[in-house]
Design a protein around this ligand. Structure first.
Ligand code: F6P
Length: 400
């Protein structure tokens, strides 16, 4: 028998590590012959666009390099399967490709929307008595998948955001004049990644002085009052703002296949608002895709966990016959940090979001509590060893 792996949704610094986890564990099973990689997520299965991963991941060095390479080595997609009761043509094509390549287990590394594909495929196979296991391996920098303590990719994004913010803080203090710097952080409608900027506090850094999340009501008046008050104490005010806050910013009406609006522009909007009211130097910085593909400052904990959860998915499908599940983390303790890996019913995870807890937001709605700091800190620990060529980190590439 053979198996297939695909990656889907927004990339992260750890999604290739999960692919390596699936690959390494699958190699231990004598009954598994080929390990296929599907290019551009489920689209590769639909279009018969597969590669034999054993032909590209040849040496231990290839795998070590891939583990530390950001983004999705197999490409990605944002493809929504129709309900099979409305139109089952895609399901038939997928079944044909699986039959052609004798694929008996499919591992889909993705976020909320990708779990929709896992759920629908598993249901279709069960209804039609087709014995193919479908298992979801979570990933998203947004950290918004339900039931799992956190998602692979998030810890590295959080470490990148905190590290970059710290550098921005140093830069913001060089002049004697007052200033406000607004940093826009990804996360769609969940504020986890923006909230994680609080980890700088663990090193005695008071900035970012203000943190705004989509989970609390945003008022422009209160925001301006907050900035004014903080500027009386600090010459250089630093604001961390989530891309998903509701503030009349120019939101594109364009959406992806799952109906998510493309978000960006909140920082710029607040920059102009702040300049108009404060009359001081104001700059906005959109961290943009760098926060999900910056791997030079990845979290080793994140990369290792991403590998482990990929490996656990293989065992769940092949040893225990699991299907229609998403693997998840259960936190056992914070100090020392320990997590277990458990199978979760994918129907409880697909198309649902886990929001930042309201009780971890300060009553003023402009910062987060110590509980949030304790939750985030273990996820950003450790640094991977990076190989450099000509002074530049080396990435694993399929398109050499
Ligand atoms: O889901 C991850 C994410 O990076 C979000 O944080 C962001 O809003 C969105 O994807 C961006 O989507 P795209 O990759 O389609 O630009």
């Amino acid at each position: 028998m053979n198996i297939a792996i695909a990656q889907s949704g927004g990339p992260t610094a750890a999604i290739n590590s999960s692919l390596c986890g699936v690959f390494d564990e699958a190699e231990k099973y004598n009954e598994i012959d080929r390990i296929y990689g599907s290019l551009n997520g489920i689209e590769g299965i639909l279009n018969d666009n597969l590669i034999d991963l054993k032909e590209v991941l040849i040496t231990e060095n290839d795998k070590q390099l891939l583990k530390r390479t950001p983004s999705t080595v197999l490409g990605s997609c944002r493809f929504k399967l129709k309900n099979s009761s409305d139109d089952d043509s895609d399901y038939k094509r997928i079944t044909q490709t699986f039959a052609k390549y004798d694929i008996k287990a499919f591992f889909y590394i993705g976020g909320n929307d990708s779990m929709d594909t896992v759920m629908k495929l598993d249901a279709y196979f069960r209804e039609n008595h087709i014995d193919i296991k479908v298992v979801g391996v979570p990933k998203t920098i947004d950290n918004d998948l339900p039931l799992t303590d956190h998602t692979p990719g998030f810890g590295s994004a959080a470490k990148y955001v905190a590290t970059t913010l710290q550098e921005i803080i140093r830069d913001s203090r060089v002049y004697s004049i007052p200033s406000v710097t607004i940093v826009e952080i990804m996360g769609r409608d969940a504020g986890w990644l923006t909230a994680s900027s609080c980890v700088l506090r663990a090193n005695g850094e008071p900035a970012p002085h203000l943190i705004y999340l989509p989970e609390s009501d945003f008022s422009q008046e209160r925001y301006l009052e907050d900035v004014k008050r903080i500027s009386e104490r600090y010459k250089a005010v630093i604001v961390a703002v989530s891309e998903g806050i509701d503030c009349l910013a120019s939101r594109s009406e364009a959406t992806d296949a799952f109906g998510h609006k493309y978000l960006s522009g909140v920082g710029k909007y607040l920059e102009e608002l702040t300049r108009d009211h404060m009359g001081c130097k104001v700059r906005s910085i959109e961290l943009n895709v760098m926060q999900r593909c910056g791997s030079h400052i990845a979290s080793l904990t994140d990369l290792d966990e991403a590998w482990r959860i990929g490996a656990a998915a293989v065992n769940e499908a092949l040893k225990y016959g699991g299907s229609g599940i998403m693997m998840g983390f259960r936190r056992i303790s914070n100090n020392p940090y320990r997590v277990g890996i458990v199978p979760l019913d994918v129907r409880e995870c697909a198309n649902k979001a886990k929001y930042f807890p309201k009780e971890w937001i300060t009553p003023e709605g402009n910062n987060v509590t110590i509980d949030a700091l304790n939750y985030f800190l273990p996820l950003i620990q450790g640094e991977p060893k990076i190989d450099y060529r000509n002074g530049i980190p080396v990435h694993f590439r399929l398109d050499q």
